[in-house]
Design a protein around this ligand. Sequence first.
Ligand code: FAD
Length: 818
Amino acid sequence: MKIIIIGGVAGGASAAARLRRLDETAEITMYERGEYISFANCGLPYHIGGVITDKASLLVQTVENMTARFNMGIKTMHEVIDIDAPARTIDVKNLVTGEIFKDNYDFLILSPGASPVKPPIPGLDGPDVFTLRNIPDMEKIIASVNNKAKTAVVIGGGFIGVETAENLIEKGLEVTLVEMQDQVLKFLDPDIAAFAHIEMKSRGINLILSDRVSEIKRQSGRKSSLILGSGREIEADMIILAIGVIPETGLAKKAGLKIGPSGAIQVDSAMRTSDEFIYAVGDACETVNFVTGEKTKIPLAGPANRQARIAANNICGLKSEYKNTQGTSIVKVFDMACASTGANSELLTKLKIPFKTVTIHSGSHAGYYPGAYIIHLKLIFAPADGKILGAQAAGYDGVDKRIDVLAAAIRHGAAIYDLEDYELSYAPPYGSAKDPVNVAGFVAVNANSGFAPVIDIFELDSYLKKGALLLDVRNDAEITGGKIADAIHIPLHSLRKSLAELPKDKIIVTYCKVGLRGYIAQRILMQNGFNAVNLTGGYESYNAFFNQNKYGAVPKLNKSADDTQTKTDNPSSASVIKVNACGLQCPGPLLKLKEALNHAADNDIIEIESSDQSFYNDVQAFAGSTGNKIIGIEKGKVIKAKILKCPAGYLNSASTQNLPSKSDQATLVVFSDDFDKAMATCIIANGALAMGKKVSLFFTFWGINILRKTHPVRTEKTFIEKMFGIMMPRGVSSLTLSKMNMLGMGTQMIKGLMKKYNVEPLDKLLKSIVDNGGKLVVCKMSMELMGIKKEELIDGVIEGGVASYLSDAEKGNINLFI
Ligand code: FAD
């Protein structure tokens, strides 16, 4: 038997190996038009980023090894250019010599894959535009990066675009990703994709959604300009086109093979095409969606490999059936993993298949064991019988495990009721006694049985429009971080006492941070005769989706220089001490860090993680003032810092030469919001700056009012916060004198005199402090207490904690409290 395979990578190479294992006598020839066979396409982005350092490790098999092991003919740089199906022959072109010859087969396997989509965008054919499918593509991108490219635009937010963008960031480029849809990673629902958006933006990707590249303009000697549909223009040294792939069906069409409704080669469950001697596998062939039954294309490596095995089995007489594709997939988005299996909400809506969703935010393992991260997990199921239709997750740990369990559940036709019974491995470092998969099952069963009905964040608006009452049951402190507009707030522990205030003729939508307390509140209400539904996913989902635009890039410390330093500073005998300060508010993480430093030996490294966002500034200030050294810091949902405990006397070493001398620093604590005291502060600060001092102003309590913008800014606030906001002065123009104000007349008189004597107004004085390098640090804790949000403050203000102030104060000999 003579078998020819077209395409020598995922599907082709797998089919060849399986054929040989089944039939030692078969004559097998594999034609590959590229230079390499069996390479790891999925690893290409990571070699660009330098994560996979050795190019050779991308080559799963070489021609020599495969020929020797499997005794087959492998012809690289040979393109099959025609198939004569009735004659069972092919025409092959040797791409090195140009020679064209014929070959014949008993069976033919097509595995030509899919090629990148290239839309007719003017300018897309330039030398700075790259696609990524194979090793030569990857090498061109690496060469461009090495040729001092500084800026890149990635067009398309599928998994190849997202992975490539991340890896270009790793190489130090400024990266913009333009996606014409309103989200990246379309296999995810928008509320799960929102977590990916936040991660990408916080790691420095300039993410542009709902916009498309309409033209690329070039002028000699200048960067390319990408013109977007919105009219926006972005410059780039290099452009990566990653808007999707299209099955390579050219040869199949020439051979007269049937093409399915999806545009890929039609095959039956044996992977046989419309010609009984020709099989097709991989990205080029059509598949059936396991959940919905529709004909579709799902270009993934797992299906390609399994289909190849099935085609080989059938050719060799082993009856074998491909049982459709679920689309189980996972992608790394910096430290986050985003994964999905089965159908998503968009597809089910399109096909009018009824579905219901629940979302949970559960720890990747027991919360009391260090290093647990939240998994945002969404389960999609059929309301009629509870059958699981899809699942998606995003998170920093344990996402793969949960999606794989749910993928297996879908494959076996499981329903939400089965998830309640799944017995999954558990010890504190790995899971919880109630695994997130079980919890998703509990929530879904509660919701579907009517015991605790849920709505999702996209249904909320219509409920509110119909007159539902939104009830936030989180505690007071949580509300300071934001809440859903129009919600009334009754903390869970006060709910039973407040039942009389709630209406029985309206639907009450309960919510908390993640859904659990909302559920408890809902049950209290339901058992007291109220009609209540719980907002699945709670404020965590709502905030991620509706407030995702508030998240932006986070500045990075220069890591590489610090890392080099560390190698000499930190002998291999020194220990790494891990501290988990997640969940603690300022100054809790600093106290934990201090405790760890007290116990550490010189040159030990403390690796600390904190979920308190002000820790980012605080830890740097703290390390500086305690004579220790930050050797790495990352800001994501969790702030991770590495601090080197420096030997005594470190502060005198060369690396601190840039620290200001004692007399170079002035620090002012601004506690008051009186006009005259604010003036005095700004005048002293500007004077100190003029004398060449470094100036740091720490605004706390009423002093923060000085920094408020004078116009109202829309933010989500509780009733009390709103009242506070109305009663307190809003910015410099509403401050009054501490004495002789005389219903505002005194303040106006002083302002008149200031004008007369050419004293700059207060707003200009504040601006000049920032312009001249002074720091306006606002106390994060006071902001929270007073319900003031960052967006209400003037530009140039830095959030910080007490450590920010103390570290600056220690450096100087001018330290005033106003
Ligand atoms: P391919 O592996 O693309 O092989 C097709 C081969 O056929 C090509 O080498 C081509 O040169 C050759 N060929 C085509 N026409 C001819 C001809 N006429 N004559 C001779 N040779 C021909 N999937 C995942 O599941 N997870 C991932 O993380 C993932 N990451 C990816 C990252 C990148 C950058 C890329 C490009 C793909 C990734 N994929 C991933 C997709 C996965 O690689 C494909 O689904 C899989 O390789 C498909 O296998 P295939 O055999 O159909 O096609």
